[in-house]
Ligand binder design. Structure first.
Ligand code: UDP
Length: 380
C-alpha cells in the first residue's frame, strides 16, 4: 500500500527556501527521499514553493517570513490561518494516512483539535522547547498526535507532555553528505566561518571577540533579522532596530566587525555557501543556547570542515571531540581550539557525514516513525 503523507511546511518561506531557511530546508531535503521510497507527498506550504511533490495545498501566495517580526500573537495568527486553510482543504478527504507537521505551536494544537476523524499526526520539534512549554499546552489529540525531536538532547529538555508523546529523535541531514567520503579534498584557506542566523543564541558576538583576541580571520554568514545583505540593513535605518536580532548585531557584534579580520557578508547561498565552508579551516559554533538540531553542523562535516563549538544541545551527538571537531564547556577556550582544529583530518569529517547524515538515512528513519505513529493511533 502506498503511504500518503501531508507534509506541512508552514507559511513562512517557500520550499526550498531562497537562502536561509531551517524548517524549509529540512522539508526540501526529506521529501525527494520519501518519494524515492514510494511515499506520496502532499505539501502544505506557500504557492511560490517549487519543490516537486505529488500534490500541493497553499494558503498564502508567498512566504510570510516578514510577519515573524510582528508581536507574538500576530505570528500565531498567521500560523493558525495557514493551518485552518490546510484543515479546510483536508475536509472530507480520507486518502491522507498521516500528517507530518513542522509548524510550531498552532500546528499541533489545531491537529489535535481536528478530533478522531483526523489522520494521525507526527509533529517534528525544531526548537529548544525548554523555554516555551506554553506552546504545547494542548496535546489532547491523545494517541493520534505524536512528536519527534531532532536530537536526544532536545527531547531531554522538552516539557514532560512532549516527552510522553515522543516516538524518538531523527538527526538532521544534508544532501552534501551524499558521496562526501569520495569527494577530493578542497584547499583550505586561513579563515574560520560562523554560518547561521545572527542571534544571541548562536553567539556571533563571542566568536567575533575571540577572533580579534586570538587573531584569526572570521567570516560571519547569515541574516540579521529579515536583512540578508549588509546594504539592506544599512538602508533600513533606525527602524530596523525594533528587531531584537538587529539590536544584538549593532550592540554586540558590529563593534568587532572591522571589515578586515572580522567580516559580516550577509546570507550566502548555493555554491558560494559551500565554497565558504569547505575552504574554512574550521566552522565555529560559539553557542549560548542548546542547539536543537544543527543543520549547519552536519553541513560543515559533509564539506570536510571540522567543527569547533561549545558542547551545547545536540553538538556532542553530532561531533566527536578529537576526531570531527573540538568541543568545550568553557567558551573562553574556543579561540585556542580554533587554532588546534587544523590538526584534525577533514577526511574523517566527510566520512562521518556520509555514514550518518544523508537524506536517505533520514527518510528511512521517518518512514519507520510514520509506521510507529500509525500503529499507536490504530484502535486496539
Ligand atoms: N544558511 C544559509 N546561508 C546563510 C546562513 C545559513 O544557507 O548565510 C543555512 C544553513 O546552511 C543551514 C540553515 O540555514 O542549512 C540553518 O539551519 P541550522 O539548523 O543550522 O540553524 P537554525 O537557524 O535553524 O537554528
Amino acid at each position: 500500500m502506498t503511504l500518503t503523507v501531508l507534509m506541512n511546511a508552514g507559511p513562512w518561506l517557500s520550499v526550498p527556501p531562497p537562502g536561509y531557511g531551517g524548517i524549509e530546508n529540512v522539508v526540501a531535503t526529506l521529501v525527494p527521499e520519501l518519494r524515492r521510497l514510494g511515499v506520496r507527498v502532499v505539501l502544505a506550504s506557500v504557492e511560490s514553493s517549487t519543490l516537486p511533490v505529488d500534490e500541493r495545498i497553499s494558503v498564502f501566495p508567498d512566504g510570510q517570513f516578514h510577519a515573524l517580526q510582528r508581536p507574538y500573537n500576530e505570528v500565531c495568527g498567521v500560523a493558525q490561518a495557514h493551518l485552518h486553510g490546510v484543515v479546510r482543504a483536508l475536509h472530507g478527504r480520507d486518502d491522507i494516512d498521516l500528517v507530518h507537521d513542522h509548524v510550531e505551536a498552532a500546528g499541533l494544537a489545531t491537529l489535535a483539535a481536528m478530533g478522531p476523524d483526523a489522520p494521525p499526526a507526527l509533529h517534528t520539534l525544531h526548537w529548544d522547547l525548554a523555554k516555551h512549554p506554553e506552546l504545547y499546552g494542548n496535546l489532547d489529540g491523545g494517541d493520534r498526535v505524536r512528536v519527534n525531536g531532532v536530537s536526544a538532547a532536545q527531547l531531554a529538555r522538552a516539557p514532560r507532555a512532549l516527552q510522553e508523546h515522543s516516538v524518538g529523535h531523527v538527526h538532521l541531514s544534508t544532501p552534501l553528505a551524499v558521496g562526501a567520503d569520495r569527494r577530493p579534498p578542497v584547499a583550505k584557506g586561513e579563515h574560520v566561518v560562523i554560518l547561521g542566523r545572527i542571534n544571541p543564541g548562536k553567539g556571533q558576538d563571542l566568536g567575533a571577540r575571540l577572533a580579534r583576541q586570538v587573531g584569526f580571520p572570521l567570516v560571519l554568514a547569515g541574516p540579521v533579522g529579515p536583512y540578508h545583505r549588509p546594504e539592506d540593513l544599512a538602508a533600513a535605518g533606525d527602524e530596523a532596530r525594533q528587531n531584537p536580532d538587529v539590536r544584538f548585531f549593532y550592540d554586540h557584534v558590529a563593534p568587532h566587525v572591522d571589515g578586515d579580520l572580522v567580516r559580516w557578508v550577509g546570507t550566502v547561498a548555493g555554491q558560494e555557501r559551500d565554497d565558504l565552508v569547505a575552504g574554512a579551516r574550521a566552522s565555529l559554533f560559539p553557542l549560548r543556547w542548546e542547539e536543537p538540531g544543527g543543520t549547519a553542523v552536519v553541513e560543515s562535516l559533509a564539506l570536510g570542515t571540522p567543527v569547533v563549538a561549545t558542547a551545547r544541545g545536540c553538538l556532542p551527538e553530532l561531533v566527536e571531540h578529537g576526531r570531527t571537531g573540538l568541543l568545550t564547556g568553557d567558551e573562553e577556550e574556543l579561540g585556542e581550539l580554533v587554532l588546534a582544529a587544523g590538526l584534525l583530518e577533514e577526511d574523517e569529517c566527510r566520512r562521518e557525514a556520509a555514514a550518518r547524515f544523508t537524506p536517505e538515512l533520514m527518510a528511512q528513519r521517518y518512514v519507520e516513525l510514520y509506521e510507529r505513529v500509525r500503529e499507536l493511533a490504530a484502535p486496539s
